[in-house]
Design a protein. Structure first.
Ligand SMILES: [Zn+2]
Length: 467
């Protein structure tokens, strides 16, 4: 099967130009002006942009809170209609099991044969026994070259102390494992949350009060010190505030390899969303908490100026009617609400409408943050770029489309959308996954199980960039 996409405006992380793309089988074979190839299908993309399929390096399909699980890979077609063709899922190490074993088991049971876009995995170390630390380099051989630790969440089984973070950094460096941290001070949050609840301040809004900026900034700085001590690079996931950003910038400018991402909801949603009437604020409970306008401004500047190098969704599909209501009623508080919000489908819509169309993001930066950089960070060598030899993950984007973001046209399988009612400019009109057309006219038309596991290679860009 071959496809020739003609006369589009091709967007890459460096430039944009009018041209054609020739896809043969699963790969991009050629790019250029007036390509002379004959193809089984010819698409005229005049007036459309062509960009690489997105790589969302931060999704949660396996997360469980108090025995209640989020929506899984059976909803991964939501990524496809949003122009994302590769997902990287965080898999918690199961108690008593190894890091690789935990991912292998999850992958066989819940991803292989189900996923509708390509996928890869990050390990999450939850049980840092000596033999688990010794196992870290094996992640690289298994194709899982990244590992996250949760510095937040005191008392939960997945919380990681500083010694676990330091040991992971030291051991991970041997094999080119990129260590990632959820940076929030677990103790500060625990003290504040208990105090607020004792005072009867239990509404969703107090989630943000219990997780102030200083808790994120402190943990970010501490993680940077740990990385300095280990002589290892560090990747900070979901950076949300100016102060944490400053820590990353300072360390980076001193020559340390410290990198970070932010997520689409931190760019357009606000602490005030947590104060919506009734219990509606629970829809916006995610961690770190949503911030105020000054932080959003700082984050837009940071992504445009390369101080942060990826924008992910941190998609976490807990529904409102039941799961978010675990924090509702007598004796319950914000601290009982499962953390996380869905966002898989709308990452590109949010970044285009509120970034590119409002002049906050150039198109080249959008492509880099949405696809190219996250592929490199995670060692996905065939993903995230429109170039010969790369996987033919291609989005034809119609900038003239106008719509409204809503749960009504959403495939995430969740009963709400945090961006409900937001204006949407442009959409992924046609999407190819390794040469297969899986979205046409904005509608998903692929098959269950067409997604494929993509092994990551160690020594991603956190090891190679910046020095
Ligand atoms: Zn997350």
């Amino acid at each position: 099967m071959s496809v020739l996409i003609k006369n589009g405006t091709i967007l890459t992380a460096e430039e944009e130009f009018e041209g054609d793309i020739f896809i043969k089988g699963e790969k991009i074979e050629a790019l250029g002006k007036k390509l002379p190839f004959k193809a089984d299908e010819v698409i005229d993309a005049k007036g459309k942009y062509i960009l690489p399929g997105g790589v969302d390096q931060h999704v949660h399909f396996s997360f469980t809170y108090k025995g209640s699980k989020v929506r899984g890979f059976e909803t991964s077609n939501a990524a496809a209609v949003g122009g994302t063709t590769t997902l990287i899922e965080f898999v918690n190490q199961e108690q008593g099991k190894g890091l690789v074993e935990s991912i292998d088991e999850y992958r066989k049971k819940d991803a292989d044969g189900i996923a509708m876009v390509d996928y890869s995995f990050h390990s999450v170390m939850t049980d840092p026994r000596d033999e688990v630390i010794d196992e870290i380099p094996k992640l690289a051989e298994a194709g899982y070259p990244t590992m996250k630790l949760f510095m937040a969440y005191k008392g939960m089984f997945f919380h990681a102390d500083d010694d676990a973070v330091l040991k992971a950094l030291i051991k991970g460096k041997e094999a080119g494992i990129t260590v990632m941290v959820h940076a929030e001070n677990a103790h500060m949050i625990d003290v504040l949350a208990k105090k607020l609840v004792a005072e009867g301040k239990t509404d969703p809004y107090y989630h943000a009060v219990s997780r102030p900026v200083i808790a994120e900034a402190e943990a970010t700085r501490r993680a940077i010190y740990l990385a300095e001590l280990a002589g290892a690079p560090l990747y900070v996931v979901h950076v949300t505030c100016k102060e944490a950003l400053e820590e990353i910038k300072n360390a980076y400018s001193k020559g340390q390899r410290i990198f970070g991402e932010t997520c689409s909801h931190y760019l357009v949603l606000d602490t005030e969303d947590l104060a919506r009437p009734g219990f509606e604020g629970a829809k916006y409970v995610c961690s770190p908490a949503l911030r105020t306008e000054e932080h959003r401004k700082a984050l837009w500047e940071a992504v445009e100026r390369k101080w942060l190098n990826a924008i992910s969704s941190d998609h976490c599909g807990f529904d409102y009617a039941e799961q978010k209501h675990m924090g509702y009623g007598e004796g319950k508080s914000f601290a009982d609400i499962p953390n996380g919000a869905p966002g898989l489908q709308n990452r590109l819509n949010v970044l285009w409408t509120y970034g590119v169309c409002e002049g906050k993001l150039t198109k080249a930066r959008l492509v880099d943050l949405f696809a190219t950089a996250p592929a490199k960070i995670n060692g996905l060598g065939t993903k995230g770029q429109l170039a010969p030899g790369f996987d033919a993950d291609v989005v034809i984007f119609d900038p003239e489309y106008k719509g409204t973001i809503s749960v009504q046209n959403n495939l995430e399988g969740v009963d709400y959308c945090p961006f409900e009612g937001f204006e949407q400019k442009g959409r992924a009109e046609t999407v190819f996954l390794r040469g297969m057309k899986i979205v046409s006219e904005g509608n998903y038309q692929g098959k269950k199980g067409q997604g494929r596991f993509i092994a990551g290679r160690p020594f991603g860009t956190a090891y190679t960039e910046g020095k």
